[in-house]
Design a protein. Sequence first.
Length: 261
Amino acid sequence: MISPLATDKHAAVECIDVRRDFQDGTRVIKVLQGTNLTVYRGEFVAIVGASGSGKTTLLNLIGGLDTPTSGQILVDGKDITKLNDEQMSEVRRHKIGVLFQDQHLLPIFTALENVEVPMLLDEIKTEERRKRAMKLLEMMQVDHRAQHMPHELSGGMRSRVALARALAMDPAVLLCDEPTGDLDHATGAEIIQLMRNLAKKQNRAVLAATHDPETARMADRILLLRDGVLVDELVGDYFKPSRVEVRARGSDPSAAEESSS
Ligand SMILES: Nc1ncnc2c1ncn2[C@@H]1O[C@H](COP(=O)(O)OP(=O)(O)OP(=O)(O)O)[C@@H](O)[C@H]1O
Ligand SMILES: [Mg+2]
């Protein structure tokens, strides 16, 4: 699947015939059965599919948190299925940012410190680290809460802090699993817009697994995970209002955002 938005010579994410089986007692569950996917920098791709279809499994594989039964996964051109633990954690820290529904912000650290955490292993000087973390919080418009503890923040603010943390190491790829699952509609819409901006304005590849039609509608492509493979025919038509309809309503937020950049 070659994207018209392709600008880099290699894709940010490429899955080639990826299979993932799980053993359940004596039974083998074949979750991914030959999944192919190509995502370039600058793209925001939604992955939809029934509960249990394997969306999280796929994101975990791309994020290097799990290993496929067979197949290749290339992140920024590098086959991560061939890496040892040390090389893998290097790729995870520098190439991939993750945003999951339950944000896993560390409860004993402030918002600012949470964003600094991924930078600790890179021996970045304290002052520089703090400056970078603050800049990311500013970008996410939550810098006024930098010194607050996670429990003092709203769900939307926690998502913004988690997004800032995911970007700490300037990743090529951002993986989001149900990023709006816990949020009210308006807050969810803001987070989707932020994710879209991260693809469009910062040239990252953003992949979001979601059940939320609003998230899917904002994506460049919607891929359906069905019977262990990704398909894109008809899904876009189902989730996306037609261009004509969008123009008639005069409310294509992506068009506004992209023309203003
Ligand atoms: N570690 C595991 N061991 C055994 N089975 C697993 C494991 N991880 C996932 N599965 C199974 O793989 C299938 C896909 O799970 P997955 O969490 O990827 O689905 P999903 O599409 O993300 O669902 P949801 O929309 O509910 O989040 C399920 O049947 C699940 O039970
Ligand atoms: Mg899931």
